[in-house]
Design a protein around this ligand. Sequence first.
Ligand SMILES: [Fe+2]
Length: 213
Amino acid sequence: MTIHLSDKYPKIIRDLFRYDNNFGPSNSFKNLNFPFDYDLSKLYEEASSFDWIGPGKTKSLEKIDRILLYKSKSESNIIGIPIVQQKHDEKEEVCFNTESYPEWNNFLKNIKLLGGVLLITMSKMSPDGFIYPHKDSNFVAHKIYFPLNWPRGCYFKIYKNGLVDFSDLKPKIINSGEYIHSVINDSKEERIIVSIFVDWNVEPWKKIFEETF
Ligand SMILES: [Fe+2]
């Protein structure tokens, strides 16, 4: 699908969305089901009322606020992940106080019970926000992206692999460490997405990965 963006976005992003129509069968992303229940609308509602602070409220070009939700004790040297808000003690696993957010407490409890979770961050992108084409830190190439909402006009584009359709609000495994990608919010609403890094050598993630790819 060709997307014509207005010139409020940088040319390299406009060109990527307009001219890169070279899609093939892709192994760059796949759907994933978490092996536990959650209430997405409650997660979204609670996350919307988090104490978000960051460059989205200043003059940042990217218009993104980020929250570090969880960092495994074993993973103390994660490089290349810009976190704006860090309310955590290095000794603590839970970085953001979710005490008054029952659905998030539940989600974090359930996902940690699986084991092998390294890092969980959340990003809120304001309308007109964008991320330049890039590859993520590849300390874990495959990242789980879990959208809490996906307003019409939000796009996640992978170079030569097309658009990742998050409108189903399903979590996906994306090889963002090896594939160039760019993200925009060309809607009028804020968009919130959760990024999860796991150790794919640890069960049940190993099994999930093998079944997915
Ligand atoms: Fe990225």
